[in-house]
Design a protein around this ligand. Structure first.
Ligand code: AMP
Length: 402
């Protein structure tokens, strides 16, 4: 499935003011950007619009300011970094109300190819509620709207959706296009065998993802904390492992669904256990490896075991498409990262198209040094998960179809 949305390749922006929603929600420490991946990811679209003679007005949220403007959530450091990366001036319109005197003046003075960055859209309380007058104010700055913030596309906010009530000339940027083509192809028209791997903490967070992916994939692998609820649903003793007792019936239903659809559902066969959750999370911990039938009542499963690492790696070997979301264990701890590393390695070694859902699995793959071995690492955790659930993302739906 190719994205059937108008893209920046289909529009003429020469001399026009283009409002671009990007995802500049970068990690900051003491006002310094610690990782500029999200800025880099937005560059292709920004450069394209500059080259086409557009007047590029960028907007984004940063962090979660609770009660309006807060200096620590200012996009000022992003403007500086962006100017360095682009090699041209970026005018930062520092208005507490986002669309204020500075923004209006900066936009009025723009020439073709200029770039203005607005202040954090969440400085306005309407933003996350998608309310007026903010949507209208944002829209009043421009004639064209480009959505390129995949990481925010699952939210209907003023800057991701509301503006399109006022601006009808809309398009997606290259980052959105790339994300949706990878995730969309994987889920809708995967080259088979298609193996989906899910991990992470809780079953409850991924109910719809499990159900939707079971229908689409050939093999569904479940690891991480959520595997123990499945194991308990099979009647196994899981000790002190993370379990959601309210989801036992759900897990049974999913195992039945896999059977009925003739899909392979792989669960851990052994596990790395410890007396308790590591505290601090990356502190030293004494572990042992046991089969999932032999978890002592006073122990906690914190990673997949060695036999499971092999089982999962084998399942991935002949795959043609692999989607992975969620770590296999408490990967923040070096002793409990082995399962996640083994899966990352297996993905790095297969010639399948490998797609990493954002969030923790993306962080794990990058942190473990496997990033350049993957076909695609999504920039959106929540957004990619909702996409894998089969949901229509509001930030995509509002953009004009081709
Ligand atoms: P999620 O945000 O749902 O992808 O979950 C990621 C978190 O799940 C990470 O912080 C892991 O430490 C945690 N996690 C993975 N496996 C386990 C486990 N067996 N027990 C407890 N937490 C886990």
């Amino acid at each position: 499935m190719q994205l059937n949305k108008v893209s920046v390749d289909d529009i003429n922006v020469k001399g026009k003011k283009v409002l671009v929603r990007v995802d500049f929600n970068v990690p900051l420490k003491d006002g310094v950007i610690t990782n500029d991946n999200r800025i880099t990811a937005a560059l292709p679209t920004i450069k394209k619009l500059i080259a086409d003679g557009g007047r590029v007005i960028l907007c984004s949220h940063l962090g979660k300011p609770k009660n309006g403007p807060e200096e620590k959530f200012s996009l000022a450091p992003v403007a500086v970094r962006l100017a360095e990366l682009l090699g041209q001036d970026v005018v930062f319109a520092n208005d507490d109300e986002v669309v204020g005197e500075n923004a209006k003046k900066a936009v009025a003075e723009m020439k073709d190819g200029d770039v203005v960055l607005l202040q954090n859209t969440r400085f306005r309380k309407e933003e996350t509620k998608n309310l007026e007058p903010f949507s209208g104010e944002l829209a009043s700055l421009a004639e064209v709207f480009v959505m390129d913030a995949f990481g925010s596309a699952h939210r209907a906010h003023c800057s991701t959706a509301g503006v399109t009530d006022h601006i009808k000339d809309t398009a997606v940027g290259y980052l959105m296009q790339k994300e949706i083509n990878y995730l969309g192809n994987a889920v809708e028209t995967p080259v088979r065998p298609f193996v989906a791997i899910l991990g992470g903490a809780k079953v409850a967070d991924k109910l719809n993802v499990i159900s939707n992916l079971l229908e689409k994939c050939d093999t569904l692998i479940i690891g991480g904390g959520m595997a123990y609820t499945f194991l308990k649903a099979q009647g196994k003793e899981v000790g002190k492992s993370l379990v959601d007792d309210t989801k036992l019936d759900y897990c049974k239903e999913m195992m039945k669904k896999a059977d009925m659809l003739g899909k392979q559902l792989l669960l851990p066969v052994d596990t790395t256990i410890a007396a308790s959750f590591p505290d601090p999370i990356d502190g030293p911990i004494e572990v042992s490896n046991v089969d999932v039938d032999a978890i002592p009542a006073d122990m906690e499963g914190l990673d997949i075991g060695t036999k499971t690492q092999e089982l999962f790696a084998e399942a991935v070997k002949n795959a043609k498409t692999v989607v992975w979301n969620g770590p296999m264990g408490v990967f923040e701890n070096p002793t409990l990262a082995a399962g996640t590393i083994a899966v990352a390695k297996a993905l790095a070694e297969t010639d399948a198209t490998t797609i990493i859902g954002g969030g923790d699995s993306a962080a794990a793959v990058i942190q473990l040094g496997f990033a350049d071995k993957m076909s695609h690492i999504s920039t959106g955790g929540g957004a990619s998960l909702e996409y894998l659930e089969g949901k229509t993302l509001p930030g995509i739906a509002v953009i004009a179809d081709k």
